[in-house]
Write a new protein. Structure first.
Length: 281
């Protein structure tokens, strides 16, 4: 049954709220082990409970769990939002989510291992250079910028995993290259993610309702816009190459016709000479 007017608008709003909340809850459930230690870490930081050793232990637990929980769950979430951004909004959220979870688990898990290692190395470098080596603080700032770019490339990683059928090496390479090649999209993704994270900090309950899903939607929207632009450029390049090939074939044909005309002229000239010789005889 289709509603019209204000009732129809209210129905569509509630429908989207249920879709976003449902996919977000599925993501949170699949990421529950990681989120448990993350929430525990935030509580300890907020209350001042625990010491440095406890914080390090929590960091290790989160680092170990992330590739096996958050990354596959995020790939599944991007599978869902990909359908929405591309206009297919009637798909079943539950079925699409776990289908994407199953199909992309290995790639997302391997990517999670690599990204986690890089984040750990950069985090240690930032901490050391910013706190213990003030003379090299500029290096710490540079590493912080690289961490931010790495975060955006991670969004591109999930988008490529769910949108293309590529090998793992190609996925990693293209996610980094796409981040470097499209700085405007990188900036817009960062702004959208930063605004949503800020809202989530003001209202923490939104993290379990909509924030991760909205970040994924913004990230895939930017990726899909870049993808369409690249596809348009490829099509224009192919069309140009086809036109150039047709022009070259036409030129070759004209040159061949000109050669035939020259041969015909030579034949006519020889016929005229034969006629003159015949008359003399």
């Amino acid at each position: 049954m289709e509603f019209k007017g204000a009732m129809g608008g209210l129905y569509r709003v509630t429908e989207w709220i249920s879709r976003i909340a449902g996919s977000n809850i599925l993501w949170a459930l699949c990421s529950a082990p990681f989120l448990f230690f993350g929430v525990l870490k935030m509580i300890m930081l907020g209350t001042g409970a625990g010491g440095a050793n406890e914080q390090i232990t929590l960091n290790w637990a989160m680092g170990i769990l992330a590739p096996f929980t958050v990354f596959p769950a995020s790939a599944a979430l991007f599978t869902v939002v990909r359908k929405w951004v591309m206009g297919n909004t009637d798909v079943g959220t539950f079925r699409t989510f776990f289908q994407g979870y199953k199909e992309n688990y290995v790639k997302s898990m391997l990517g999670g291992v690599i990204y986690t290692l890089m984040f750990v190395v950069m985090y240690v470098d930032v901490t050391v250079y910013m706190t213990q080596m003030p003379n090299f603080r500029i290096v710490g700032i540079l590493m912080l910028v690289l961490m931010i770019l790495l975060s955006v490339s991670m969004f591109n990683f999930f988008s490529i995993v769910v949108h293309y059928q590529m090998g793992f090496k190609q996925v990693m390479t293209n996610s980094i290259l796409l981040t470097i090649a499209r700085p405007i999209r990188v900036f817009s993704t960062l702004i959208a993610a930063a605004v949503l994270v800020y809202i989530g900090l003001r209202y923490p309950a939104l993290y379990f309702i909509c924030i991760p899903t909205l970040i994924a939607m913004a990230a895939f929207f930017n990726f899909y816009a870049t993808y369409n632009k690249l596809q348009l450029q490829v099509e224009k390049k192919k069309l140009k190459e086809q036109e150039e090939a047709e022009a070259a074939a036409l030129n070759n044909r004209n040159e061949y016709d000109d050669d035939d005309d020259d041969d015909d002229d030579d034949d006519d000239y020889e016929d005229e000479i034969d006629e003159k010789d015949t008359k003399r005889i």
